[in-house]
Write a protein that binds this ligand. Structure first.
Ligand SMILES: Cc1cc2nc3c(=O)[nH]c(=O)nc-3n(C[C@H](O)[C@H](O)[C@H](O)COP(=O)(O)OP(=O)(O)OC[C@H]3O[C@@H](n4cnc5c(N)ncnc54)[C@H](O)[C@@H]3O)c2cc1C
Length: 388
């Protein structure tokens, strides 16, 4: 390592490694600093992604795919369920290996990676940000760079240090808990979603298979609901009921910013990507692929700024992100608002309508069309999405 780079990326999650990969491919001298000892560990994720999303960046490889899924089961509050087909194929990943592979792709493009490197402050000279202050293997080190990419996840501090308000409104923060359970029977090709006030108010509970006998079982609920009863308590009750003999391999808790993109994602020579920028699908809470898309656009734009010598060019990142995905997240955000207001009765009605559709036509779109037909009052909720 030397002490002068074009771009420093803070955090080696999917967003950070992808930003570094595309910045290095664009001709910049790039360094990734990751606070944990190992890239990809600990895992705080349900690990589900779509094939369509993944292949934009990497060829699917069995070594980081725990299960390939083709269907999903929606379980209504009254216990009835439907099993529609997914629009394409999905995967449940081994993120521990997947994240590692993404970092390798960045390294293959020439990015340097240092782990056990905690960035604790920004380095400033004459009021300008000129690099970062970091603890590398417990030794304080100052490293200079023209651009800083903050990919430091949901608890991001780097953006704040640069003067960007990255606070996620409490109403948009989902409180999540997850256990990886083994010794249970699961359908290897089915993602399961449980809905209802007694299971996960305002959110959903997931069972994502990792092979035939292991699954990530987790749930997310609004922080408001979690004040009355915690996510882990809801989860424990479900697990005690459904998988009383399971062996628990891991247990984690974490937050997901189910919000619109942060209003500001560029400030001077600092940009934020991934969870740090709230680049998460507000309906599903999925942020792996969208974070990688944010990282790619951020990395490419940062390299262009370096090569052209024009730091103001970084502003293009914000425009490109909104054109590519940010606008869709705004629509999803309104959809989330409408769905969050559904009562158990509405969810039961949707499930009942879905059961009237021939099995081969049960797709998500088909289910909602039939539900609207059977319960026209739902049109008001859908209309709200487009009006707001
Ligand atoms: C319970 C749960 C389940 C989820 N399930 C799914 C799912 O099924 N599918 C999906 O698509 N998404 C899911 N998500 C969301 C997904 O995990 C995130 O959107 C995704 O990991 C974001 O990637 P990222 O690179 O922005 O951040 P992260 O993956 O959080 O990476 C940030 C990295 O920055 C490092 N870092 C932080 N601060 C510093 C610092 N100061 N110095 C150096 N390094 C630092 C961290 O150690 C970390 O490695 C889930 C989230 C949770 C909490």
């Amino acid at each position: 390592m030397n002490n002068d780079y074009d771009i420093i990326v803070v955090g080696a999650g999917p967003a950070g490694s992808t930003a570094a990969r595309y910045a290095a491919a664009g001709g910049a001298k790039v360094l990734i600093l990751e606070k944990d000892r190992d890239v990809g560990y600990p895992v705080r994720c349900g690990e589900a992604v779509s094939h369509e999303g993944i292949v934009q960046f990497i060829t699917p490889d069995p070594k980081w795919i725990a299960s390939t899924v083709t269907k999903f089961r929606l379980v209504a509050p009254n216990g009835k369920s439907v099993l529609p087909k997914l629009d394409g194929t999905g995967y449940v990943l081994e993120r521990r290996i997947f994240d590692y592979e993404l970092a390798k792709l960045a390294a293959n493009e020439g990015a340097e990676v240092i782990t056990k490197a905690y960035v604790y402050d920004l380095l400033r000279e004459n009021g300008k940000i000129v690099g970062v202050k970091t603890l590398i293997k417990d030794k304080k080190t100052e490293i200079r760079a023209a651009v800083i990419i903050a990919a430091d996840g949901v608890e991001s501090r780097i953006g704040k240090m640069a003067g960007i308000d990255t606070t996620c409104h409490i109403r948009d923060m989902e409180s999540c808990a997850q256990m990886t359970l083994s010794g249970i029977d699961v359908e290897e090709d089915v993602l399961e979603f449980y809905l209802g006030d007694s299971i996960s108010p305002g959110g959903y509970l997931w069972v994502f298979p990792k092979g035939k006998h292991t699954a990530n079982v987790g749930l997310g609920l609004s922080v408001e609901a979690a004040k009355k009863k915690s996510a882990i308590k809801y989860l424990q009750e479900f697990v005690d009921r459904k998988y009383p003999n399971a062996a628990m391999l891991t247990q984690i808790a974490g937050g997901v910013p189910c919000a619109k993109t942060n209003p500001e994602i560029v400030k001077g020579n600092v940009i934020i990507v991934g969870d740090a920028a709230h680049q998460v699908n507000p309906v599903s809470g999925g942020g792996i692929i969208s974070g990688m898309i944010g990282g790619m656009i951020g990395g490419q734009t940062a390299a262009e700024s370096i090569l052209s010598g024009d730091i103001n060019h970084l502003q293009e990142y914000e425009k490109r992100w909104h054109k590519r995905l940010g606008w869709r997240h705004e629509i999803f955000y309104n959809i989330k608002d409408a769905i969050a207001g559904f009562h158990d009765d509405t969810l039961n009605d949707i499930c009942n309508s879905a059961l009237t559709i021939p099995e081969e036509k049960r797709t998500l779109g088909g289910i909602f069309r039939t539900a609207l037909w059977n319960k026209p009052s739902m049109i008001l909720d859908v209309a709200k999405v487009f009006v707001s």
